[in-house]
Every structure is written in structure tokens, then in C-alpha cells.
Design a protein. Structure first.
Length: 293
């Protein structure tokens, strides 16, 4: 009797979990990955979709990760039932038009497809020659400034989080519209001490005014440029690089992880552009006469 109650509770929790999280995530995987499955590799069929044996084995292993005993027949059936219920939820979501009418679902699915494309790209191995070539071509990008002249716009954090976000957005909008940085700081910013000198300062001296985190962030910005809001201390800082003098390039081996991250990010961006171009090429797209051409 107790086992039956536990089984009923487990099934109810599984269904609730599926309703909460799986509908959004699995719509994309259903369209991208399930289409490649064959009936010979399936452990079950749900309408026109097949549940793959590898998928079943992975789900069973996840269920057993917290168990010390061998799986029972009840465990195996529970996992299969969960996968069937997930598939039914996915199919129902598509049937009732969630992909067409629910903006949050559409965005989640689009994000899932992007992640799918990026995962495939991340599996490509980057050679040492590619890494060193990328560093040589972008050495200035990895060279921190030796001396900086900076202006700062500070927004102090308050108890009103939504109000703080609105203030940050007003600053961003003003700067995007070309408003003078000092004028924007006077209009929207809060006073902060000590004031920054209007001269080039060595990075170590800049630490006295900004601290290490903001100084390091500023030293990697091009000149002239304005950063987005950087959270530090008791508020947010917009930094304008007025002038900078480059320092000595760091040794390749000293910043190898940063170079790898930067190259992988560029590779991901290029892969996404190619993937979107492929999607557009295989699609029939037509624009209204008054649509932007």
C-alpha cells in the first residue's frame, strides 16, 4: 500500500515537473533531434514520434544516480512512462499552437536552437596554430593600457531595484542619443569621491580611484569608448575612456585561457551567422510591399 502511494506521488511529481519545464525545452529537441531517430533504435512509439533507447538509458541512469540498489522493473517502467508523458506534452504544445501564439515559448525554442548550433560548433577542436595565429592578429586586443584618462558616471544602488534599473536605462538612452558624457553624469549620476583627475594615470595609480576590478575592466576598453554599466561596490559605474596609452603585450602562455575564450566566442558568432544564413536559404521568405527592404 505504501509502495503504491509512493508510486502515485512520484508519477504526480513527474507530471508536474514535465508541465513546468519540459514543454518549452523539448519542443526544439523534438523537431531537431527526434527526426533523425529510426524505429529500429526506438523503445517506444508515441503517435508518429519514437523514443530512442539511448534517451531511455540516459533517463534511467539519471533516476538511479541517487540510488544504491539495482533498478527494479518498476523503476524502468517509471522512466519510460515519464518519457512518454514528456512526448505527449510536447506534441500537445505543438498541437495547440504554443509555438505560434506564446511569445515566451517561441523565444525559448529559438534560444534552444541557438544552443544546439553552438554545441555543435563547440565540438570542433581548436589547434595550437589557430590559437597562436589569433593572438598574433589580435595582440592589441589583449594588451592592457599602461596609462588611462577616465571619466565616470555613478549610479548609487537604492532599495528600489526597479527604480535603479530605470535610471540605468535613462543613462543608456541618453548616451546612445549622443548626449555629452559629462552632461549625462550631471543630469542622472550621483556624486562619488574621490573625483578622477583629468590626466593620464598609471594603472596602479588608477586603482586608488576605481579599485582593481573597474581599472582592469577599463584597461581593456578601446579609446575612446564608453562602457555599459559595471556593478561594483554600492552601485553601477559607466566609464568613458578619454585617452589611453598601451602597455606591453602579455606573453601568450600567461593569457592562453583568455585567448581560447575569445577565439571560441568569435567562432560561435561566425557559426551562428552561417547557421542563420543556411536557415534563410532553405526557407521561403516573402515581404510585404511596405516592409523594410
Amino acid at each position: 500500500m505504501e509502495e503504491a502511494g509512493e508510486d502515485k506521488l512520484s508519477r504526480r511529481l513527474l507530471v508536474v515537473g514535465a508541465l513546468a519545464g519540459l514543454l518549452i525545452a523539448l519542443i526544439a529537441s523534438a523537431q531537431i533531434e527526434r527526426s533523425t531517430l529510426t524505429q529500429s533504435g526506438a523503445i517506444a512509439r508515441v503517435n508518429d514520434a519514437h523514443i530512442d533507447r539511448t534517451e531511455y538509458a540516459t533517463a534511467l541512469q539519471a533516476l538511479l544516480s541517487d540510488k544504491t540498489k539495482a533498478p527494479t522493473a518498476q523503476d524502468r517502467r517509471l522512466v519510460l512512462d515519464r518519457l512518454i508523458e514528456e512526448e505527449l506534452l510536447v506534441q500537445r504544445g505543438i498541437e495547440i499552437g504554443l509555438l505560434e501564439g506564446d511569445a515566451s515559448v517561441r523565444k525559448a525554442v529559438a534560444r534552444a536552437v541557438v544552443d544546439f548550433a553552438m554545441t555543435r560548433n563547440a565540438q570542433k577542436e581548436i589547434s595550437e596554430d589557430e590559437l597562436r595565429g589569433f593572438y598574433a592578429a589580435n595582440v592589441a586586443r589583449f594588451t592592457p593600457a599602461a596609462r588611462l584618462q577616465i571619466e565616470r558616471l555613478f549610479i548609487r544602488r537604492s532599495a528600489d531595484a526597479s527604480g535603479d534599473m530605470a535610471r540605468l536605462d535613462r543613462v543608456r538612452n541618453a548616451l546612445r542619443q549622443g548626449q555629452d558624457f559629462a552632461e549625462t553624469a550631471a543630469q542622472f549620476g550621483d556624486a562619488v569621491l574621490p573625483p578622477l583627475p583629468r590626466s593620464l594615470l598609471p594603472r596602479k595609480k588608477m586603482y586608488d580611484y576605481l579599485g582593481p576590478r573597474l581599472t582592469e575592466a577599463a584597461s581593456r576598453l578601446p579609446s575612446p569608448s564608453i562602457s555599459d554599466a559595471i556593478a561594483d561596490g554600492d552601485g553601477w559605474h559607466f566609464l568613458r575612456i578619454v585617452r589611453s596609452e598601451p602597455g606591453a603585450p602579455p606573453a601568450f602562455d600567461d593569457i592562453r585561457p583568455q585567448i581560447l575564450t575569445a577565439l571560441q566566442r568569435e567562432s560561435d558568432d561566425a557559426a551562428l551567422i552561417d547557421y542563420l544564413a543556411w536557415l534563410k536559404a532553405r526557407a521561403a521568405i516573402s515581404l510585404a510591399d511596405d516592409a523594410p527592404q
